[in-house]
Design a protein around this ligand. Structure first.
Ligand SMILES: NC(=O)c1ccc[n+]([C@@H]2O[C@H](COP(=O)([O-])OP(=O)(O)OC[C@H]3O[C@@H](n4cnc5c(N)ncnc54)[C@H](OP(=O)(O)O)[C@@H]3O)[C@@H](O)[C@H]2O)c1
Length: 318
C-alpha cells in the first residue's frame, strides 16, 4: 500500500464502468471497499459476483435519496466516491442527498461523479451535463468536506476509433484538437491512488499520459489494419454546435450511450471544438504524471492493434 494507510472507501456505482475498475484497483492497493449498488439485476449480476468474489462488502441501496439509509452505509468510511451513470437529471437528483449523507456520516473526503471532461476548468454554458456537475462541485466545495476531483481524459472505448457498437468510424469537429485518453484499467488504478492520497486533498487530478488527436488516431488505425476499408463519417463543428443547443434533451440515440443527445454533443463540443476535455491550467489541478511518475500506461497503439478492441468479438472479419 506504500505510504497510504488502509482506508475504508464506499464506491457508489461500483458495478459501473469506472466503479468496477476503481473498486478493483482500491482492493489491489489493500483498501476496504464498500461496493454500493441499487440492487441485483440482470445487467449488474456478473459485476456484483466479481466484486463479492474479491471479498468486497456489497451494500444495496435502492433509493439513493434516502439520506438516513445512505448515512448507515457510509458510517465509518474515510472516503465516499460517486461513480454513477451521469446525466444532468441524475447528478441534480442523486448527488446532493449523497453529499448530505456523507457529511452526516463524518466521511473525511468526498469524490463527486466527474471522471470525464475537466468541468472545473470550463465556464458555465458549455454543456448541460457539465453545468449540472459544476453546480454540484460548488455544493461540495461549500460542504466543509475534503474533496478530490478525478479527470481521466477520455476512456479508450469511447475515444479511440472502433467498430464494436457502430457500423462506421465517426470523427467530430476539429480533427487536430488534442486530448488525453486512457484505458479503464489505468483510470481505475490512478483514481484509486488519487482518492486515497493525502496530497490530493482539495485538488483535481488530471490524467495526461496519452495525448492524441483524432487525425493521428485514424492514421494509426489505418496503418495497423491496412487491409480493412474503414468507412468514416464526419460530424462538422456547425452540427455539434447546433445539436448541443437543439438536440433532443431526453432521447439517447448513441448505441451504448448513457447521455441524451444534447448532453452528448456538449461533450463533443468541449472535446473536439474547444479542445477542453482536459485542463492543466486550473490552479487546483495536479497532473497525474507528476503525482505518480513511475506508472506505466497502456498506449492507444496497443488497444488499436487488438482485433477485439477494434472489431469486437463477433464482427472480426478482416
Ligand atoms: N471519460 C470518459 O470517457 C467517460 C465515459 C463514460 C462515462 N464517464 C463519466 O464517468 C462517470 C461514471 O460513468 P460510468 O459510465 O462508469 O457509469 P455507468 O457504468 O453507466 O453506471 C454506473 C452505475 O450506476 C448505476 N446506475 C445506472 N443507472 C442508474 C440510475 N438511473 N440511477 C442510479 N444509479 C444508476 C448502476 O449501478 P447499479 O445498477 O448496480 O445500481 C451502474 O452500474 C460519469 O460521471 C460519466 O459522466 C466518462
Amino acid at each position: 500500500m506504500g505510504d497510504t494507510p488502509r482506508q475504508r472507501i464506499a464506491v457508489i456505482g461500483a458495478t459501473g464502468q469506472v466503479g468496477m475498475a476503481l473498486s478493483r484497483a482500491l482492493h489491489r492497493l489493500g483498501h476496504e471497499v464498500i461496493a454500493v449498488s441499487r440492487g441485483r439485476s440482470a445487467s449488474n449480476r456478473s459485476q456484483l459476483d466479481q466484486l463479492a468474489a474479491l471479498g468486497m462488502h456489497l451494500a444495496f441501496q435502492e433509493d439513493l435519496t434516502n439520506v438516513s439509509q445512505v448515512v448507515a452505509i457510509l458510517a465509518g468510511c474515510d472516503v465516499a466516491v460517486v461513480a454513477l451513470r451521469a446525466n444532468a437529471r441524475l447528478v441534480r437528483e442523486l448527488e446532493p442527498p449523497i453529499l448530505e449523507a456523507a457529511r452526516k456520516a463524518d466521511v473525511r473526503r468526498f469524490v463527486p461523479d466527474e471522471f470525464g471532461t475537466h468541468t472545473k476548468g470550463l465556464d458555465y454554458g458549455v454543456g448541460t451535463l457539465f453545468d449540472a456537475k459544476k453546480e454540484f462541485q460548488e455544493q461540495v466545495f461549500r460542504s466543509g468536506l475534503e474533496w478530490t476531483l478525478i479527470f481521466p481524459g477520455g476512456i479508450f472505448d469511447y475515444f479511440l476509433p472502433n467498430l464494436r457498437l457502430v457500423e462506421r468510424i465517426t470523427t467530430f469537429g476539429n480533427l487536430h484538437c488534442t486530448f488525453p485518453t486512457h484505458s479503464l484499467e489505468d483510470i481505475g488504478a490512478i483514481s484509486a491512488k488519487a482518492v486515497t492520497d493525502s496530497l490530493t486533498a482539495n485538488k483535481a487530478v488530471q490524467m495526461y499520459a496519452n495525448v492524441v488527436t483524432q487525425a493521428k488516431l485514424v492514421t494509426m488505425l489505418k496503418r495497423l489494419w491496412p487491409d480493412h476499408h474503414f468507412e468514416i463519417e464526419h460530424v462538422s463543428t456547425e452540427t455539434i454546435i447546433y445539436l448541443k443547443e437543439h438536440g433532443d434533451p431526453l432521447k439517447i440515440s448513441a448505441k451504448g450511450g448513457a447521455e441524451p443527445d444534447r448532453e452528448r454533443h456538449g461533450i463533443n463540443y468541449a472535446t473536439y471544438v474547444l479542445g477542453r476535455l482536459a485542463c492543466l491550467d486550473d490552479p487546483d489541478t495536479i497532473n497525474a504524471n507528476d503525482l505518480y511518475p513511475g506508472y506505466v500506461y497502456k498506449k492507444p497503439e496497443e488497444a488499436l492493434a487488438d482485433p477485439k478492441f477494434v472489431f469486437g468479438e463477433t464482427h472480426y472479419n478482416c
